[in-house]
Design a protein around this ligand. Structure first.
Ligand code: SAH
Length: 360
């Protein structure tokens, strides 16, 4: 694993078999790989790996990284206990994650890139472009940090569900995202089944089609947001590459391949896509489709002059879809008071970090 520049080996990205190989390559017995894998996935760093000889722990720490992510700040919602993390990566970059508590366990919203290059007009994550993609270990590391946070808070709880809806476009970081999903379901690791995972994409059609063949049956969320190409091109540059018909066809292919229904995300933007006529148009497009529509009132993005909608507008849009027998709900918003909601992440957090008083 050691490269010519001698960057530390990224052990959190490796499968048990790869870690066993890595150990063999480093002159260690293969069983050490299993031990190290278990420790890493429990959130431990080398000094805590108590069944490894002290000298080995030191040697490993000098040439490898076990925990590539650390919590830089936390903010807890007074409204619903949602926790927003700012995670620090080894190179000084930061990504955000949001831990939501539901009756059936905790859900963590995980980032896949530092920033994003998709350029959606309403999304704050894309304002500074994509700095870099995360490794699988850095995606996993966000979960390990959240689990550790829960354990240290004395809570008998851990992350049960994962949504790839933080910053970044998961299918623009395809290989590492697939690697991460395979790590998630390792029985000796965090052991999160893929039916507890949602992957959200802005609609990279070629990757959606490839992903359907990976044998990774997560719930696919497609950020559709509009009923036609004209409006979609105004909000989402990706629409210049892939027309909405292709996005829907790839979504249908995913349903056929995996048997999982697709979720369409639809952020209602005042004066852009929220009229009842547009609900009619959407209903016509989705007729007969095994899907569910998640309506989200847009979180205002002042930088782009885009505003959300009133409750009455959400209700009217929802009622129109329901009248056409399209399964739809309004997404419950959590962490409203900590800017935990979609599209508000990272930027403001980074601006606030010095005055935040969050946990270092
Ligand atoms: N790149 C992926 C996943 C990250 S964003 C994607 O596009 O799906 C997760 C969700 O938040 C997407 O549906 C995205 O469109 C939505 N979102 C982004 N900015 C938002 C905002 N200001 N208000 C509401 N939803 C927003």
């Amino acid at each position: 694993m050691t490269t010519t520049t001698h960057s530390p080996a990224d052990l959190a990205s490796l499968s048990p078999a790869e870690l066993a190989d890595w150990c063999k390559g480093a002159g260690l017995p293969a069983f050490r790989g299993k031990q190290i894998f278990q420790w890493i996935h429990r959130g431990a760093d080398f000094p805590e790996m108590s069944n490894l000889p002290a000298a080995l722990r030191e040697k490993l720490a000098a040439g490898a990284v076990a925990q590539p992510v650390h919590i830089r700040t936390t903010r807890v919602s007074a409204l619903d206990g949602t926790v927003k993390f700012l995670f620090a990566l080894a190179d000084g970059n930061c990504v955000e994650g949001v831990l939501m508590r539901y009756h059936h366990g905790c859900t963590l919203c995980v980032s896949t890139q530092v920033g994003c290059r998709m350029g959606c007009a309403f999304c704050a994550s894309t304002l500074d472009g994509c700095v870099r993609s995360l490794t699988a270990g850095e995606m996993l590391g966000q979960i390990l940090c959240a689990n550790r946070y829960l354990a240290e808070a004395g809570e008998d709880n851990r992350v049960h569900n994962v949504v790839l809806m933080g910053s970044g476009e998961p299918l623009d970081n395809y290989d590492q995202t697939c690697r991460f999903l395979r790590l998630l379901r390792e029985p000796e690791g965090v052991n999160i089944g893929l039916r507890n995972v949602s992957l959200s994409t802005c609609g990279l059609v070629d990757r959606m089609r490839a992903f359907a063949e990976e044998g990774l049956p997560v719930t696919l969320s497609v950020s559709l947001h509009v009923p036609n190409d004209e409006i979609r091109r105004r909000l989402m540059p990706v629409a210049n590459r892939w027309p909405i018909g292709d996005v829907l066809a790839a979504s249908r292919h995913y349903v056929e391949k995996t048997g999982r229904r697709v979720i369409f995300e639809y952020a209602l933007v005042d004066g852009v896509n929220a009229d009842p006529a547009q609900a009619e148009e959407l209903a016509a497009r989705l007729r007969g489709f095994q899907c569910h529509v998640n309506l989200i009132p847009l979180n205002d993005v002042p930088e782009r002059g885009l505003r959300g909608v009133s409750e009455a507008q959400v209700r009217r849009f929802l009622d129109t879809l329901t009248a056409h027998h399209i399964s739809a709900t309004r997404r419950r918003e959590m962490g409203d008071d900590i800017e935990g909601a979609c599209g508000q992440l990272r930027r403001r957090e980074l601006e606030q970090v010095t005055s935040d008083g969050g946990q270092e």
